[in-house]
Design a protein around this ligand. Structure first.
Ligand SMILES: [Zn+2]
Length: 163
């Protein structure tokens, strides 16, 4: 148990050291924060997931390569983004980790489908005040849903369980 925590400490140390060289924009572009979140999740999951255990090697490699990435992005970015995507896919599919904003996206998408289905149903009756009221209420509900979705999203994010 201890060795894995030590692994995370060591990786974070490497990332912290490597990211000093990244200008703010590059730092975001290369998803350095995400890399740290992934490392934390992989560290937790690798107690009972052999794939996550294997990903620790990949993350180690990315953390070691941060200097190279900033010096020679063309050569290294493909591997960098590819590895992040590979591990993200595994975490979302196998461990059901949610991506940031996915809740809001789902609520938003559901709402749009609802509205479109409402619009499509009886387009002719748009002058009907009952209908206008219904749509107005629907729009308010959607805003509330997005607001609540964002709130829950932030709460999960604080616990560090989002990607
Ligand atoms: Zn896993």
């Amino acid at each position: 148990m201890n060795t894995q925590d030590n692994w995370l400490i060591e990786v974070n140390r490497k990332i912290e050291r490597g990211k000093i060289n990244f200008p703010e924009r590059e730092y975001k572009k290369y998803k350095i924060d995400k890399l740290q979140r992934i490392a934390k999740l992989v560290s937790e999951m690798s107690y009972d997931c052999t794939e996550c255990k294997g990903y620790r090697v990949d993350i180690d490699q990315l953390a070691d390569n941060l200097d190279q990435l900033i010096l020679n992005p063309e050569e290294h970015k493909k591997n960098h983004f590819g590895t992040i995507k590979k591990i993200t896919d595994h975490l979302t599919k196998k461990h059901k980790i949610k991506k940031k904003g996915s809740l809001i996206k789902n609520v938003g998408l559901g709402s749009i489908i609802l509205i479109v289905s409402q619009l499509g149903k009886e387009w002719k009756d748009w002058s009907d005040p009952v209908r206008i009221t219904a749509v107005a209420i629907l729009i308010i509900v959607i805003f509330l849903a997005i607001f609540i979705g964002k709130y829950i999203d932030n709460k999960i994010d604080k616990k560090g369980e989002l990607l």
